[in-house]
Design a protein around this ligand. Structure first.
Ligand SMILES: Nc1ncnc2c1ncn2[C@@H]1O[C@H](COP(=O)(O)OP(=O)(O)OP(=O)(O)O)[C@@H](O)[C@H]1O
Ligand SMILES: [Mg+2]
Length: 226
């Protein structure tokens, strides 16, 4: 199935001279510097609500890491509305949920080399109680194993204010990037999310503002022809 907004994603992925790519590259460099003392190996994007750009941002950030020669793995843990498989047009019949419930082996769920140095584990079949699956010890054991095989692991998640899932998985996330959107985000929701982030001590180390009209920025920075 083709993704509804695949044009936007393709633009980000394929044009390494674009201002969007440049932004992700800058974020990657900053993150690498920020994690000199204690490596942020497991990274996720967090946002208050749906459609703010978490998945797009995460996949692009992972892409920049992979281009730098790091071996990266993306895991779709948005078990509410998974869509990493749509970005890459890959099969989602065997994913992380299927491994966690014991249906398939770990080898069967890793889509290797989607791009160079870039592997993906999709969400898999729907489960009735996503939070319960995310709480399991099996997922932590699996992640510890994966951390030995990858330089960086990028975990996609569901909206923070709508579900407890992000909080549940936060125990194995080293660093979060806070994502907002000029079109979707509401001030009060950002405030509420920020409060919750603080009270739960989540390690938010950066932020991304999505859907900023490119023409304005291009004009501002004098970009021409990118
Ligand atoms: N940096 C960006 N610039 C322009 N458009 C973007 C950007 N990031 C995301 N988008 C667009 O915003 C929409 C939502 O993006 P995405 O699916 O990544 O959000 P999400 O937070 O993961 O949503 P959900 O919680 O529903 O999974 C998509 O149409 C995507 O193409
Ligand atoms: Mg998403």
């Amino acid at each position: 199935m083709k993704r509804k907004n695949s044009v936007v994603s393709r633009e980000i992925y394929e044009d390494t001279t674009s201002i969007l790519f440049e932004s992700f590259q800058r974020l990657q460099v900053n993150l690498e510097y920020a994690s000199i003392d204690s490596k942020y190996q497991v990274i996720s994007c967090i946002s208050s609500t749906k459609g703010e750009g978490k998945t797009t941002s995460l996949l692009n950030l992972a892409y920049v890491y992979s281009l730098k020669g790091f071996k990266v793995l993306v895991i779709d843990l948005d078990l509410r509305a998974p869509n990493v498989h749509h970005f890459f047009n890959i099969d989602n019949s065997n994913g992380i949920t299927d491994y966690l419930v014991g249906k398939v082996s770990e080898e069967e769920i890793i889509h290797k080399n989607i791009k160079e140095n870039y592997d993906v584990i999709t969400a898999g079949n729907r489960v009735p109680f996503p939070a319960k699956v995310l709480e399991s010890n099996k997922i932590i054991e699996f992640l510890e194993k994966l951390k030995k095989n990858y330089d960086y692991i990028f975990v996609d998640t569901s909206p923070f204010l709508l579900f407890a899932d992000t909080l549940i998985i936060s125990k194995f996330i080293d660093a979060f990037i806070f994502v907002t959107s000029v079109n979707v985000s509401k001030k009060n929701e950002i405030k509420e999310a920020t409060k919750l982030i603080k009270s739960n001590n989540l390690n938010v180390v950066g932020s991304i503002v999505c859907q900023v009209p490119l023409t304005k920025r291009q004009n501002k920075y004098g970009y021409n022809g990118y």
